[in-house]
Design a protein. Structure first.
Length: 264
């Protein structure tokens, strides 16, 4: 439990961090990570050479405080709120240029931290899921004969293709996470759900492509290859990684009946 300070200028407020305190005003971060500020009776309103600009900065500071940040640790939240508090203090002094610069820096800082946190959530979900899927895949390959005896060869192949598609989707998220526009302003559960949805889509793509290979609709040489199961598994990984391969295959299947109808 941190040791909070108090000030007679802000009765009833537990101060986590004091940003600025002088004879004219006080700006601080309270125990709830909210920015509190108050001007004293001695405050000279003449300092505000441009009240409109000052009010604009105060409004922007209030909006910046609303940017989600409670999922960060204490150090990041304190640094962010300190910068916002500094911008308010500068504005109270009539230094609007530095106030706006500090506020821009605060917003940019927390937005970058939010992007990093969102990537962390998605990568954790993807990596842990990949480890679990890899263990399942190794287990399935190890007892391949027993699985085929229990569920049948076709079902076993589709299960293997599903696992391959999941792994491909995980690889896609890992390699593309730096290029995606994500932010932790959305709740953590949404990021986890998005990662799981991508993996499920990759698994279904793997099943589609694996089933198509099994039927001889695509890459027919894999059926007669020396290691057909390995070929289907690798192809399923590629289909899970690619966002276009399986959808293009589905589109091709949809067009074929239409083309036959036109030829009639």
């Amino acid at each position: 439990m941190p040791n909070f300070e108090t000030s007679p200028k802000l009765p009833g407020v537990n101060i986590r961090h004091l940003v600025m305190d002088n004879d004219d005003f006080i700006v601080c971060i309270d125990e709830h990570f909210d920015i509190d500020w108050k001007t004293m009776d001695s405050y000279n309103s003449g300092i505000q050479t441009d009240p409109t600009r000052h009010n604009k900065i105060i409004n922007r500071a209030a909006l910046a405080e609303c940017i989600p940040n409670s999922h960060h640790d204490e150090r990041i939240r304190t640094d962010f709120k300190r910068m916002v508090g500094e911008s308010i203090a500068r504005s109270l002094k009539g230094d609007y240029e530095n106030a706006e610069t500090m506020l821009d820096s605060a917003i940019a800082y927390i937005e970058l931290r939010n992007i990093e946190k969102a990537r962390y959530w998605q990568l954790c979900t993807a990596c842990w899921s990949a480890i679990i899927m890899a263990i399942i895949a190794i287990y399935c390959i190890t007892i391949k004969i027993k699985i085929i005896e229990r569920v049948g060869e076709n079902v076993a192949i589709l299960l293997m293709a599903f696992v391959g598609g999941l792994l491909g989707a995980v690889l896609f998220m890992i390699f593309r996470i730096g290029k995606s526009n994500i932010t932790s302003e959305a709740p953590r559960s949404l990021h986890v759900l998005e990662a799981l949805a991508r993996m499920m889509a990759g698994g279904l793509f793997g099943v589609i492509v694996g089933g198509a290979i099994r039927l001889g609709a695509v890459v027919p040489m894999l059926r007669s290859a020396e290691f057909p199961y390995l070929g289907i598994f690798i192809t399923s990984i590629v289909s899970g990684y690619s966002e276009r391969w399986a959808p293009s295959l589905i589109e091709k299947v949809e067009k074929n009946p239409q083309d036959k109808g036109k030829n009639r």
